[in-house]
Write a protein of this length. Structure first.
Length: 171
């Protein structure tokens, strides 16, 4: 078991300048995140997987066949996946995941953080238990999202899917 604690972002796979990330499994983890100043990348996401061009015209690449299993997450944000046009997130699975979201600091959480990237960088957005933008073949099996009332001003929904296809959610 690996423990990640007191950090602004837990596991983070970030493609920006070309290349691919494929065939990776993360298992048996405990992750605790919290907000820090916006000068640091991250909005307290327990798991963050992004493929976004750093500069316009310079393709980031693809993230494929990545699996997360038996992970307990606690902190001020959930799971965040964000691909972009031409940079896919594909065949990403989550199995036996617990996400407990509660406010721990005075820092606001009101953006989705795609840095380092000139386009778009920070996007206004609320916290979701699980967010996926520009994904394909995303599978969630036994993923439990719990939100404390301390998150009410910042929280939107348990699962948020945007421009994502072939989603499977199994309780």
């Amino acid at each position: 078991n690996c423990v990640i604690s007191r950090t602004n972002r837990g596991i983070s796979l970030m493609l920006r300048d070309g290349g691919n990330i494929e065939n990776v499994t993360f298992a048996n983890l405990h992750i605790n995140t919290r907000m820090f100043s916006d000068q640091w990348w991250g909005e307290a996401e327990a798991i963050c997987v992004t493929a976004v061009d750093r500069k316009q015209g310079n393709r980031a690449g693809h993230i494929r066949n990545v699996h997360f299993e038996n992970i307990n997450c606690s902190g001020e944000n959930g799971i965040f996946l964000h691909g972009s046009e031409g940079n896919s997130l594909e065949d990403i699975s989550f199995r036996h995941i617990r996400v407990d979201i509660r406010k721990q600091t005075a820092w606001p959480i009101d953006h989705w953080d795609l840095r380092p990237s000139e386009v778009p960088g920070m996007i206004p957005g609320k916290v979701n238990g699980f967010t996926c933008v520009h994904g394909k073949s995303i599978r969630c099996e036994d993923v439990v999202i719990r939100k404390d009332s301390s998150m009410d001003p910042w929280f939107d929904q348990d699962f948020c899917w945007q421009d994502t296809e072939n989603v499977t959610v199994v309780k």
